[in-house]
Design a protein around this ligand. Structure first.
Ligand SMILES: Nc1nc2c(c(=O)[nH]1)N[C@H]1C(S)=C(S)[C@@H](COP(=O)(O)OP(=O)(O)OC[C@H]3O[C@@H](n4cnc5c(=O)[nH]c(N)nc54)[C@H](O)[C@@H]3O)O[C@H]1N2
Ligand SMILES: Nc1nc2c(c(=O)[nH]1)N[C@H]1C(S)=C(S)[C@@H](COP(=O)(O)OP(=O)(O)OC[C@H]3O[C@@H](n4cnc5c(=O)[nH]c(N)nc54)[C@H](O)[C@@H]3O)O[C@H]1N2
Ligand code: SF4
Ligand SMILES: [Mo]
Length: 721
C-alpha cells in the first residue's frame, strides 16, 4: 500500500519546483514531525505538481532527488576521527560532548573569534536563522559567513545600493510570461533551471529573447529561428557592454525621462560616466558588433510595435556569468542603471532581477548567516537592529558580537595566528566549491578542529574531526524562500534513519552544553515563529507569516508584515531608500578586460551542467546523473584545439598560478575561440577551483569564478585513471 502524497518542493535550486512525494509500497509511512526515526527509511516516488513557477515540470535532478534518501553512502552515525586518521562511529552524546568541550576550551584559550561557522544557502530559513543566532549567542563569535558569498553577494550588494533592498526577483516568475523582451545576461537557465524556460515563451514568440553569453549554450539556442538574439562577448566585458548600451539609450534619446525625473537620483553623474563608451569603442572591448549593440538598445527601449500595442513589458535578468567577477557588483549595478533609465523597475509590466541560485539562496541571505547581518536583513552594526533582535532573544544588545569577515577572507584565516582555529560547516563543500581550493584545503587541514554536518562524506567532510549526520530535505519540516521571494513549505515525507538528527536538534543540544543564553528550540515551527518576530520591522519582514498560513498554500511574498497580504511586486510606489527613489550609481570599468590569448593564455569560464548540482556531493551519488556526466570535460573551440593539438575526447592539462587540472576535452563551436569552459562539479584533480583565484569584488566579497587566465596543453599520453 502506498501512503498519501506529501506536498513539498525540490531539494536543489532556487526555482523550488513544486513536487509531491508519495511513500513507496512497503516503506515507512510519511510520519508527523514527532514521529520516531526508523531503521527502514522511507522510499518515496517523486512527481511534479502544478505550481506557478514550474507548472508540473521538473528537471532530471528533481526527478531523481529521492534516490539519495536511501543512498548506501549515507552517513548514519556521528563519526569521530581516530588517532590513526580513520573515522569510527560514536554516540551522539559522545560526539556532541567532544564538540562542545572543544569549542569551549578554544574560546577560553584563544577568544570567541577563534571559532568560525560556515553556512549555506541550501539550509532552510529556520536552520539559517538558528545558525546565526547560535554563532552570536552560544559561541559569542562574529566569525560566521556562508556560501552565498560565492553566489549572490554581488547582485545583492547592487540591489541594496540601487533600491535599498535586495530581493532577487522583485516580481513573480509568472509575470515574465507577458514580456515582449527579456534580456538574460550570464545565465544558462535552460540547464540551471529548466522548467523556468516556459516563462520565456512569450518573449520568444515576440522575437525578443536576448541571451548574452560567451558560450552558445542551450539558453542561447532558444534565441534561434527569429526568437531573438545571442550576443557573445568576451568574458568579463559585460560592464563595458552595459555602459555602452546605456550610452546608446541616452545618445538616441530613448531614456524614459519622466520616470528618471520622478523615481531616481543620480542621472547626471550616470550620463557623464557613460559618455566615453561610444559604440565603436565598446565593440573593440567586448567583441560585440556596433549594429548588434544598437539593435539591442532599441529593442530594450521600445520592445516591438506589437509589444507596445499589447502592453508587453521588458525585463533584464542577470546570472552568475556577469556577477562572479571582481567587478560583479558594478556590473550588476550597470544592468540596474540600464533598467532604470529605461523606466523598467517598479512598474506593473517590466523589471530587473537577478536569478538566485541555491534552494534557499534568497532566505539564506536574509536571516543572519551573513557576517554583517541580523535577522530580517538587518545590519548587525545598526544599534536599533541590535536592540530589536536582542529583545527577541532576551539578551543585552551589547552581548552581540559585531561585524565578522566575508567567506573568502574567513577561509584564508583558517589555522593562521589570530584566525579561526575551530570551524563548523553546515551546508557547503568548500574543498570543491571555494576559489583557490587547494589553499582552502590546506587551511582546513591546519585547523585545530573541524566539524562538518552533512549527509555524505563530502570532500570537506573527509577532512573533519567530527562528522554529524543530518536529515535530508524530505525528512524535515521548514520553509524556503524561492528566487521570487516566495516563502514556501518543506514538509516531511519520509522517516529519517535512526542515527541521523536535524540540525535544529544539534543546535539545541550544543547550546545546552555551552550554557548559551536564550532558547534554541528544535521544533521548526517554533523557530519560524521566532524568526518572524525577529524579522518584524526589518526589510525582509516575515512577521505576518506562520506555518498555518503557509499550509493553506496562500502565495506568500515578503515583505509580509503582520496584517498585510505580502508583496508580489516590489517598488510599485516607492523604493526602499529613505528618499523613496532608486539610486543610479555611476560605475566605471576598472580595468580593460584581459586581452585574450596574451602569452598563449586562454580565458577559463567555470559553471554548471544540467546533471550536477554544485560541488556534486549529492548528484555524483545519483546513478542516472553520474552515468550521464561522470567527469569534467573542457569545452574548447576547434580552431584553438587545432592550434594546441587537442582532439575531441583527448586529455588536456590546464594550469594557472594556483594549480593544475587534467581532464578530457570536448571540441565544440559552442564557445569563443579565446575561451574555454570547465564545470566545477567534480572532485580530485578535476576541481575547476584548483585554478581559480581568490581575488574578490571589493564591495561584495564575491570571488572571480568566471574569468581565470589559464594555459592549456594537450597531454600526449592518454592518462590512466
Ligand atoms: N544544473 C544545475 N543547476 C543549478 C545549479 C547547479 O549547480 N547545477 N546551481 C544553482 C545555483 S547555486 C546557481 S548560482 C545557479 C547559477 O545559474 P547560472 O548563472 O545559469 O549558471 P552558470 O553556469 O554558473 O553561469 C551561467 C552562464 O554564464 C556564462 N558566463 C561566464 N562568464 C561570463 C561572462 O563574463 N559574461 C557573460 N555574459 N556570461 C558569462 C557561462 O558561459 C554560463 O553559461 O544555478 C542553480 N541551478
Ligand atoms: N569555479 C566555480 N566555483 C563555484 C561556482 C562557479 O560557478 N564556478 N559557483 C559558486 C556558487 S554560485 C555556489 S552557490 C557554491 C556552491 O557550492 P557549495 O557551497 O559547496 O554547495 P553544495 O555543493 O550545494 O554543498 C552543500 C553541501 O552541504 C550538504 N548539504 C545539503 N543540504 C544540507 C543541509 O540542509 N544541511 C547540511 N548540514 N548539509 C547540507 C551537501 O551534501 C553538500 O555536501 O559554489 C560556488 N563555486
Ligand atoms: S529546476 Fe531546480 S528546483 Fe526544479 S527540479 Fe530542477 S533542480 Fe529542482
Ligand atoms: Mo549559487
Amino acid at each position: 500500500m502506498t501512503g498519501a502524497s506529501v506536498l513539498t518542493h525540490c531539494p536543489y535550486c532556487a526555482l523550488q519546483c513544486a513536487m509531491a512525494l508519495t511513500p513507496d509500497a512497503g516503506s515507512t509511512e510519511a510520519p508527523g514531525t514527532d514521529a520516531p526515526a526508523t531503521d527502514a527509511p522511507g522510499r518515496v516516488t517523486v512527481s511534479g505538481r502544478d505550481f506557478p513557477t514550474n507548472r508540473g515540470g521538473l528537471c532530471k535532478k528533481g526527478w531523481t532527488s529521492a534516490e539519495l534518501l536511501s543512498s548506501p553512502d549515507r552517513i548514519l552515525e556521528p563519526m569521530l576521527r581516530q588517532a590513526d586518521g580513520t573515522f569510527a562511529p560514536a554516540s551522539w552524546d559522545e560526539a556532541l560532548d567532544l564538540v562542545a568541550g572543544t569549542l569551549r576550551s578554544t574560546r577560553a584559550e584563544h577568544g570567541a573569534d577563534a571559532v568560525g561557522v560556515f553556512g549555506g544557502g541550501g539550509l532552510t530559513n529556520e536552520k539559517a536563522y538558528q545558525l546565526g543566532k547560535f554563532t552570536r549567542l552560544a559561541l559569542g563569535s562574529s566569525r560566521i559567513d556562508y556560501n552565498g558569498r560565492f553566489c549572490m553577494s554581488s547582485a545583492a550588494a547592487a540591489g541594496n545600493r540601487a533600491f535599498g533592498l535586495d530581493r532577487g526577483l522583485p516580481f513573480r516568475v509568472e509575470d515574465l510570461d507577458r514580456a515582449g523582451t527579456i534580456l538574460i545576461l550570464g545565465s544558462n537557465v535552460a540547464q540551471t533551471m529548466p522548467p523556468f524556460i516556459i516563462h520565456l515563451e512569450g518573449a520568444r514568440a515576440a522575437g525578443g529573447l536576448v541571451v548574452v553569453d560567451p558560450r552558445r549554450t542551450a539558453t542561447a539556442r532558444l534565441t534561434d529561428d527569429g526568437a531573438g538574439m545571442h550576443v557573445q562577448p568576451t568574458p568579463g566585458s559585460d560592464l563595458v557592454l552595459l555602459l555602452g548600451l546605456t550610452h546608446i539609450v541616452i545618445a538616441e534619446k530613448l531614456v524614459d525621462t519622466a520616470y528618471v525625473a520622478a523615481r531616481t537620483t543620480g542621472f547626471d553623474a550616470l550620463r557623464r560616466s557613460v559618455s566615453q563608451w561610444w559604440p565603436e569603442r565598446v565593440q573593440q572591448q567586448t567583441g560585440v558588433p556596433v549594429w548588434q549593440l544598437r539593435e539591442l538598445a532599441r529593442r530594450l527601449a521600445g520592445g516591438s510595435t506589437a509589444d507596445r500595442v499589447q502592453g508587453r513589458g521588458t525585463y533584464i535578468l542577470t546570472g552568475r556569468g556577469v556577477e562572479q567577477h571582481a567587478d560583479g557588483t558594478d556590473t550588476a549595478t550597470a544592468a540596474i542603471n540600464l533598467s532604470l533609465v529605461l523606466g523598467l523597475v517598479g512598474t506593473s509590466h517590466s523589471g530587473y532581477g537577478t536569478l538566485t541560485g541555491q534552494g534557499n539562496g534568497q532566505g539564506g541571505r536574509e536571516h543572519g548567516q551573513k557576517c554583517d547581518q541580523l535577522p530580517g536583513y538587518r545590519k548587525i552594526d545598526d544599534p536599533a537592529a541590535r536592540a530589536h533582535v536582542a529583545g527577541v532573544w532576551g539578551v543585552e544588545p551589547d552581548s552581540l558580537p559585531g561585524v565578522g569577515i566575508p567567506a573568502v577572507e574567513l577561509l584564508t584565516t583558517l589555522g593562521k595566528p589570530g584566525g579561526v582555529r575551530c570551524l563548523l560547516v553546515h551546508g557547503s563543500n568548500v574543498v570543491v566549491s571555494a576559489p583557490n581550493a587547494d589553499r582552502v584545503r590546506a587551511g582546513l587541514k591546519a585547523l585545530d578542529f573541524l566539524v562538518v554536518a552533512d549527509f555524505f562524506f563530502s570532500e570537506t567532510a573527509v577532512l573533519a574531526d567530527v562528522v554529524l549526520p543530518v536529515t535530508q530535505w524530505a525528512e524535515e519540516e521548514g520553509t524556503m524562500t524561492s528566487l521570487e521571494g516566495r516563502v514556501i513549505r518543506r514538509r516531511i515525507a519520509a522517516a529519517a534513519p535512526t542515527g541521523v538528527r536535524s540540525e535544529l536538534w544539534i543546535f539545541h543540544e550544543l547550546a545546552r552544553r555551552l550554557n548559551a543564553p536564550s532558547t534554541f528550540s528544535a521544533e521548526p515551527s517554533e523557530v519560524f515563529d521566532e524568526l518572524c518576530r525577529a524579522s518584524a520591522g526589518g526589510l525582509a519582514d516575515y512577521s505576518g507569516l506562520s506555518y498555518a498560513l503557509l499550509d493553506t498554500e496562500t502565495p506568500a511574498f515578503w515583505p509580509y508584515p503582520q496584517g498585510s497580504t505580502g508583496t508580489p511586486r516590489l517598488f510599485l510606489e516607492r523604493f526602499a531608500h529613505a528618499d523613496e527613489r532608486a539610486h543610479l550609481v555611476a560605475v566605471r570599468a576598472r580595468s580593460l578586460p584581459e586581452v585574450a590569448q596574451r602569452g598563449g593564455e586562454l580565458t577559463l569560464i567555470t559553471g554548471r551542467l544540467l546533471e550536477h548540482y554544485q560541488s556534486g556531493t549529492q548528484t555524483r551519488r545519483v546513478s542516472e546523473l553520474n552515468a550521464a556526466r561522470p567527469d569534467a570535460r573542457l569545452q574548447v573551440h576547434p580552431a584553438t584545439a587545432a592550434q594546441l593539438g587537442i582532439v575531441d575526447d583527448g586529455w588536456v592539462e590546464l594550469t594557472s598560478p594556483r594549480g593544475t587540472v587534467r581532464c578530457q576535452a570536448t571540441v565544440t563551436v559552442d564557445i569563443r575561440f579565446d575561451t574555454v569552459f570547465l564545470p566545477f562539479h567534480f572532485a580530485g584533480d578535476q576541481r575547476a577551483n584548483l585554478l581559480t583565484d581568490d581575488a574578490t569584488d571589493p564591495i561584495s566579497g564575491m570571488p572571480e569564478f568566471k574569468k581565470t587566465a589559464v594555459h592549456v596543453r594537450a597531454l600526449v599520453e592518454a592518462r590512466h585513471v
